[in-house]
Structures are given as structure tokens and as C-alpha cells.
Design a protein around this ligand. Structure first.
Ligand code: NFE
Length: 528
């Protein structure tokens, strides 16, 4: 038996440490450890509830809009808002849709693809593409820094020169598409990152005809890339060289999947582009987000928190302690009805399959599962890509609706006449963020926030053990995974990255005595 420690897991957002116990070449136990503390909830206590939208967005540079959205909904619920102006709902969907279309190819090409490609074969490239020739030269002279370090390629790494060259070209195009998607979102929400349009009660900007036209033309570019490059590449790899890995148990975890419902199609709280549901042990047990919310708890048995175990998010405290011998993570352990739940694209599509959603992307994943693809590492990439097709279709539909409402004379984007934060109340906001189910819980007293709690997508997936000793979803997905070479744990990073974890919704916590603080002199002034 041996211990393998990967710290930090590179090419994810934020700092995550994975420890694995390997017995006879297979992981027999695993520990997922978030090594940063967040603390943003504590900053919100005593503040105007409307501040939460902007403050919580600063958790992260990727999923900020999801936090703003969840926060606005939580404060709206506390106020008693039942219905938003339809234009506001459409614009929120379009802003967030653009953020998702930025995020998905980023994860596949820039964070994950190097787990599956042997870039060294590019030293044999004989073509004329100037970018590839430049990369060839960087590889030849040992300067390919941005594309390295990487693990030693194993049997699942693609070594076919043409295929690797094609994927690297897509990698470079995806960099440009990130900028296009960001620009698209900024047209509707002021700026990127950290949007400034979604506020409690609605949105702040009704885009004019020119802005709507610009948004649509950028959407055309991104949609073309999503359909013809990104999804095509994922399908090409997943059903070709990676099919063996896709049919293996690598990365298969609990058969527990959760989705709060993503992108509302109306104000009922039940009708979403990505349908809501909880699957436990392979069976769909709940479809109502309101019912799901009541069964959410967070354990802190193995987390560096002082507070009591297993409470509902409304009742959670946010006080840290490092003086807890068994604790190993700054992440709490969220549970649904006591169960660890996988969240994210695969969970959403498994719920969509269980709810018999008719989109062709859902049908494609159903077919792959029928052909023996398991709900593991490769399936997570496939689901993330297929889901992008659903978002693209939704965005064209919401844009059409926006145009027709505006043509009918609708201009209402905010319930300005009636919307004031309440003196007291409490509310929760559930949304789907790119990485999975995200919830904010707000308690308001004397017109300020008395308590604020966030259960973030990655907290579900990367959670530590709970009071019952149940491991978190990433830990479970690692157990049983082959690590034939202890010095090259490539399967560990493949499995972890397939969840697209983001620990960056956090800030560094330094220990006042054991952490080394470096003093830097800048132009004569001193900074710590
Ligand atoms: Ni910081 Fe986020 C996470 C997403 S919020 S990237 O995890 O997606 O749930």
C-alpha cells in the first residue's frame, strides 16, 4: 500500500489537494482537501441585502454571474417577490447562457485536453500552420511552458499526429472564442467578469437594437464553434481513441445526481431548460426544487469549521477553526437527504434522461450509455459538451422571445415600483452554475443581512467525508481507479478534472505563526 499526494491539482480553479491510498495499483481510499478558506459569507453580515449580489460575485472570476443570480433570487424570495418581469428573466438567461458558453470550451481545451493528448508528437509536424510550427519549435527547445507540465502519456493519450494537430488548432481557436463569448455577455450586463446588470427585482439594462444585433452576431460565431468544433472534437475523441476509457470504470462514482433546475422558462419555479431532480442510487426520487431545498444539510465533521454538524444552510455558522485533528478540508460536506450527490453537467443530463427530456443532446447521451459508456470521467466531458447544445438552442429561443416582447412594446426590466428589501425575512436562491447546483441562503433582520450561507457546486463534488463517514463524490469516483505507476498518477487528475472543480470561490487563509510572510520593497515603499 502506498500514498500518492497530488498538491495542488493544477489546471483547475483554486487550490485542491488529493491524497490517494493505492493498493496493488488501484486506489483503495481517497481524501479531497480544499486548502483555502472562503469567508465571504462572514463579510456579508450586517450589510444591505442588495450588496450580496455584487459581493458574492467576487468569489470567483468564472461563475460570478451564477452567484449574482442566486443571491438576487434569495433576496427576492425573502422580500416575497413571486414574479419577475419577463424581459428580466429572458435577459438573465441570456447573460448566464453567454457565461456558460465561455466556460465550457475553456474547461475542455485549456484545462483538460492535455490529459488526453501526447503533444510531443508535434515535434514530427511537417505541415505549414504557423501556430503549430511555433509550438513545434517551443517543444524542440524545451520552452512549451503553457502546455506543460504534464504527466507522462499513457495508453489513453492520443498519439496520432493529425488528430493531435487538429486538437491543438481547436485549442487555439477556443482561446479566441473565450473572448467572443465574454464580449457577448458584457454587451448585456455591462462588463465581464463580474456583471453589473442582475439585481434583486430584475435587471438594470434593456439592450437597444444595436446591442441586441451585436449580441446575436457574436452568438452566431460562438454557436458555430460549439457545434462544429467543440462538440465535434469531444465526440471524435470520446467515441474514438477514448472509447475504451469511456467504457471503463475510471471516474465512476455514486449513482446520485442532483440538479436544482437550470434556466427558468417561466415563473412557476418548476419549468427549466435543464430539468430539476434528485437521483439516489440510480432512481429519480424528487423533481421539485422546493422539496429538494428542504432536505439539504451540510456536515462539518471533517471540515475546519467550529459549527455544529449536519444543519440546514439557513442555520449554518461560518466560524473557522484549525484546531480539529480529524478535519482535512475548508469545504463543508453538503448532503441531500443524507446522501452525497454529484452535481454538474453529467448530473443534469442524467436527471434529464430520467425525466425523459426530448432534446437531441439528451438522446445522444442516452445512446452512448446504451452502448456501454459509463457515467465516469469521459462521460462528464461528453455531457458538458452536449449540454452546450441545449444552451445554444435556448439562447436563440430567448433572443427571439426578447425581440417579440420588445416589438409588442414591453420595456419593463425591473419591478422598480414595488421592489424594496424587506425589514426582515429569509429566502433561498437555487440556480444551476456551470459546475452544478448552487444555492444561496439569506436571513434578513432589521434591514440588514443577519446570516448568509452559500452551498457551491464544487462543495458538493469535492466535499470531504460526513458524520456517517460517507466519502464525497470526487473521493468516491477516485476509489477503484487504476494508478499503475505511482510516479505518474495521470488517472487521478483525469478524474478530478472531469468534475471541473473550482476552489477559487475562496480566499487564502494564512496561519499567523506558521506561514512565512514575505516582505517586498517597491520603489522605496514597503508592502506585505
Ligand atoms: Ni468558481 Fe462555480 C463552482 C461554478 S459556483 S466556478 O464551483 O460553476 O457554483
Amino acid at each position: 500500500m502506498a500514498r500518492v499526494v497530488v498538491d495542488p491539482i493544477t489546471r483547475i480553479e483554486g487550490h485542491l489537494k488529493i491524497e490517494a491510498e493505492v493498493t496493488n495499483g488501484v486506489i483503495s481510499d481517497a481524501w479531497s482537501s480544499g486548502t483555502m478558506a472562503r469567508g465571504i459569507e462572514k463579510m456579508l453580515t450586517g450589510r444591505d441585502p442588495r450588496d450580496a449580489t455584487y459581493v458574492t460575485e467576487r468569489l470567483c472570476g468564472v461563475c460570478f454571474g451564477s452567484h449574482g443570480w442566486a443571491s438576487a433570487i434569495a433576496v427576492e424570495k425573502a422580500q416575497g417577490t413571486k414574479k419577475l418581469p419577463e424581459l428580466a428573466r429572458l435577459l438573465r438567461n441570456l447573460i448566464l447562457g453567454a457565461c456558460w458558453l465561455h466556460d465550457k470550451p475553456l474547461h475542455f481545451y485549456h484545462l483538460s485536453a492535455l490529459d488526453y493528448l501526447d503533444l510531443a508528437v508535434l515535434t514530427n509536424y511537417q505541415g505549414t500552420d504557423p501556430n503549430l510550427l511555433q509550438i513545434k519549435e517551443l517543444l524542440r527547445t524545451n520552452q512549451a511552458g503553457p502546455l506543460l507540465p504534464r504527466y507522462t502519456p499513457d495508453e489513453y493519450c492520443v498519439k496520432d499526429l493529425d488528430l493531435v494537430a487538429h486538437c491543438v488548432q481547436s485549442y487555439l481557436t477556443a482561446l479566441k472564442m473565450q473572448a467572443v463569448a465574454k464580449k457577448m455577455a458584457a454587451i448585456f450586463c455591462g462588463k465581464q467578469p463580474h456583471q453589473s446588470s442582475i439585481v434583486p427585482g430584475g435587471v438594470t439594462q434593456l439592450p437597444n437594437a444595436e446591442q441586441r444585433g451585436a449580441f446575436k452576431s457574436l452568438l452566431d460565431q460562438v454557436a458555430n464553434f460549439i457545434k462544429n468544433v467543440y462538440v465535434a472534437d469531444v465526440v471524435l475523441l470520446g467515441t474514438g481513441p477514448l472509447l475504451g476509457l469511456a467504457k471503463s470504470d475510471v471516474g465512476v462514482g455514486y449513482q446520485n445526481f442532483l440538479c436544482y433546475g437550470g434556466f427558468p422558462e417561466d415563473d412557476t419555479g418548476e419549468n427549466f431548460l435543464l430539468p430539476a431532480g434528485a437521483i439516489v442510487n440510480g432512481s429519480l426520487v424528487e423533481t421539485s426544487p422546493a422539496a429538494i431545498e428542504q432536505k439539504i444539510t451540510e456536515a462539518v465533521t471533517y471540515s475546519w469549521y467550529l459549527d455544529t454538524d449536519g444543519g440546514h444552510p439557513y442555520n449554518e455558522g461560518q466560524n473557522f477553526t484549525l484546531d480539529k485533528p480529524d478535519a482535512y478540508s475548508f469545504l463543508k460536506a453538503p448532503r441531500y437527504d443524507g446522501n452525497p450527490m454529484e452535481v454538474g453537467p453529467l448530473a443534469r443530463l442524467m436527471v434529464a434522461i430520467a425525466r425523459q427530456n426530448s432534446h437531441s443532446a439528451v438522446k445522444t447521451l442516452t445512446d452512448l450509455v446504451a452502448q456501454g459508456v459509463k457515467p465516469g470521467a469521459v462521460a462528464r466531458h461528453a455531457a458538458r459538451a452536449l449540454e452546450a447544445l441545449m444552451i445554444v438552442d435556448g439562447m436563440y429561443r430567448w433572443l427571439d422571445k426578447l425581440e417579440s416582447r420588445i416589438a409588442q412594446g414591453d420595456r419593463t426590466i425591473h419591478d422598480t415600483a414595488h421592489w424594496e428589501p424587506p425589514a426582515s425575512g429569509r429566502g433561498y436562491g437555487l440556480v444551476e452554475a456551470p459546475r452544478g447546483s448552487l444555492g444561496h441562503w439569506a436571513i434578513i433582520s432589521q434591514k440588514v443581512l443577519a446570516n448568509y450561507s452559500m452551498v457551491v457546486s464544487t462543495t458538493w463534488n469535492a466535499s470531504p467525508r460526513d458524520a456517517a463517514g460517507q466519502v464525497g463524490p470526487i473521493e468516491k469516483a477516485l476509489i477503484g481507479c487504476p494508478v499503475p505507476d505511482l510516479n505518474n498518477p495521470i488517472n487521478i487528475v483525469r478524474v478530478v478534472r472531469s468534475f471541473d472543480p473550482c476552489i477559487a470561490c475562496a480566499v487564502h487563509l494564512i496561519h499567523p505563526t506558521s506561514n512565512r510572510v514575505v516582505r517586498i520593497e517597491l520603489n522605496g515603499s514597503t508592502a506585505l
